[in-house]
Design a protein around this ligand. Structure first.
Ligand SMILES: [Zn+2]
Ligand SMILES: [Zn+2]
Length: 246
C-alpha cells in the first residue's frame, strides 16, 4: 500500500486507503441518506392533480410513479460488490446497497468468542445485525460506526464510489446539492480567490490547484493575509478617488 488516497490522491496515513477528507465525505453521505430517502418518498408521485367537480372519481388516469424513485426505494437484490467493470451500480436500491456492504464488511471483521470448552476462538462475523432494525437509518448508522475500519480495506475505494453514485442518483430526483460557500482569502498555494467550503467536506479546497485546508488552518491563514490585503484595497480606492478628483 502506498500512502496516497485512492480517491483524491492526497497523502494519507499508511495503514489506510482513503484519506480523512474522503472518509468524512462518505460519513456525511451516510448521515444524509435517511433524510434523502424521506424526500424521495415525497417525490414518488410527482403531483396528484386537482379533484374534478361533479365527478366521483378521477377525470384522468393516475399520473405515473417516478420509476427512478421506485428503483431506489424498492427491495431489490443484494449489491454486486465485486464489479470490476463498474457497470452494476445503476439499479441497486438503497437498502440493498447498504445491507450488501454491511454484510461484506461484517464478513471481514474478526469475531472473538469462547467455544464450549472455554477456548478463545477467532472466526469471521457471519452477518451484520444493526440493533435498530434493517431500515435505511439502521444500515446507515451501522456503516458509519464501521467506516474507520472500512477505510483500511482495499475495497474502500469501490464502496466510496458506489455510495457516491447512489447519492448522485438520489440528488438528481430530490434536486438537493451540498451547500458551497466561497471563502474570502486567496489560496496560499496559487493565490487565486478560489477557496470553497462545502458542507459535506472536511476541508476548504482550492478550485484551481490541489491545496486544501482544515477550517482551523483556513482561519489562521485568513488572519495572516487579510489585514494586509484590506490595507492594499483601501490604498487603491484612495488613489482612484484622487485620480477622479484631479
Ligand atoms: Zn481522499
Ligand atoms: Zn490554489
Amino acid at each position: 500500500m502506498d500512502n496516497t488516497c485512492r480517491i483524491c490522491h492526497h497523502v494519507t496515513a499508511e495503514e489506510r486507503y482513503l484519506c480523512d477528507g474522503c472518509e468524512y465525505r462518505a460519513c456525511t453521505w451516510l448521515r444524509a441518506l435517511p433524510k434523502q430517502a424521506a424526500l424521495l418518498e415525497v417525490c414518488l408521485q410527482p403531483t396528484t392533480g386537482p379533484a374534478q367537480r361533479g365527478g366521483s372519481g378521477r377525470a384522468h388516469s393516475p399520473l405515473p410513479l417516478d420509476i427512478r424513485v421506485l428503483d431506489l426505494l424498492g427491495p431489490g437484490h443484494a449489491a454486486h460488490i465485486q464489479d470490476p467493470h463498474g457497470d452494476q451500480t445503476g439499479g441497486i436500491p438503497i437498502v440493498a446497497l447498504l445491507a450488501g456492504w454491511s454484510r461484506y464488511l461484517a464478513s471481514e471483521i474478526p469475531a472473538v468468542h469462547h467455544d464450549a470448552h472455554g477456548t478463545i476462538r477467532i472466526d469471521r462475523c457471519e452477518d451484520a445485525w444493526p440493533r435498530t432494525g434493517t431500515g435505511i437509518p439502521a444500515w446507515c448508522s451501522w456503516l458509519q460506526a464501521y467506516l474507520p475500519y472500512a477505510v483500511t480495506r482495499p475495497w474502500a475505494e469501490e464502496m466510496y464510489g458506489q455510495l457516491e453514485e447512489l447519492l448522485s442518483r438520489i440528488q438528481r430526483v430530490t434536486h438537493t446539492t451540498p451547500r458551497r460557500t466561497a471563502r474570502d482569502a486567496p489560496c496560499p498555494g496559487c493565490q487565486a480567490f478560489a477557496l470553497v467550503e462545502r458542507e459535506d467536506e472536511l476541508h476548504i479546497s482550492c478550485q484551481v490547484c490541489d491545496v486544501r485546508l482544515t477550517p482551523e488552518q483556513y482561519t489562521e491563514h485568513r488572519d495572516a493575509v487579510m489585514p494586509a490585503l484590506a490595507r492594499i484595497a483601501l490604498l487603491m480606492s484612495a488613489q482612484a478617488a484622487q485620480q477622479t478628483a484631479a
